[in-house]
Design a protein around this ligand. Sequence first.
Ligand code: UFG
Length: 340
Amino acid sequence: MKNQVKQILVTGAAGYIGSHVVKQLLEETNYEIIIIDNISTGFQDTIVTLKSLDKTNSRIKFYDKDLSDWDEIENIFKENSIKEIIHFAAFSQVGESMIDPLKYYINNTANTANLVKIAVKYGVAKFVFSSTAAVFGEPNKEDIPIKEDLTTKPINPYGSSKLFSESIIKDSAKVNKNFKYVIFRYFNVAGADTQGLIGECHDPETHLIPLIAKTALGKREAISIYGDDYDTPDGTCIRDYIHVQDLADAHIKALEFLSTNPSDTFNCGYGYGYSVKEVVDTMKKVSQNDFKVIIDKRREGDPSTLISDCTKIKEKMKWTPKYNDLELICKTALEWEKKL
Ligand code: UFG
């Protein structure tokens, strides 16, 4: 009997992290990849690039659909034989979620509930979900680095919308023995594909590293540091920056992991933090540009320090980061920004 090629659904693959995962799926696996993306925050060009990497021209099937179109989503399951899912599609701006919380609860939470419902109905066995360090809110100093079992206390609707989704996935797995999940809580994902084919692009851009890359290239006049009076060694916030390809690799590992292990939740970072000033100085070094820096007031809702404890993912998933280097992260972000 002919071996059927396994199909995997990747939602949100036109976006930043999703596209890097699809690139690795193409390079390292044999999956046929079903993509659902409504190109609202992602880019059609990214899909074109991914398709150009598919040497056989047959491994990517792209559906330009919105996850809120529940009937259409179910039709995609009827047309295909999807047994594995990596679910990225979501809104991810903390500030916007404070102004328009329902946008987040509907797209991130309600649409995830529907996707899980359909997944269970059509016999999906593996579900990998992108959650966020924002589920932890503002951790106490003694809780850093953050372990997976720290009490979750989101302080914005974005974090809550992801935490609700986590519950939906976990509760569904409890009552459907065939449905297993890996939940990843991402810390600060940064950098770009080391071959320079894909990278980060948000509109508006709010993340530190792409904004400094733009400044280093003269696309912006200056970078504002949001607060230098935090309780940290140099007064600026500390974050755990993880290169997007290492994060993508964790997703590939999660699929293997679920073949022989029960469902689980993992924090995803390097276990080491850099201050905003250190990141700015690193970008100055790699770009060889002493661009202008302005010390601004604090941004509302920014925890002073977020560092993951990555012991669990390293031990259980045998995940070994390859790009744990802030200079490389800044360099790849800079190279990508030049192309934009
Ligand atoms: N920052 C500046 N200037 C800027 C932009 C950012 O000083 O122009 C600072 C922020 O204040 C923060 C750090 O750089 O201290 C990192 O900010 P980012 O916006 O790059 O990332 P966040 O830490 O705010 O966001 C991350 C994830 C979110 C998650 C959040 C949880 O990207 O998905 O952590 O706090 F919700």
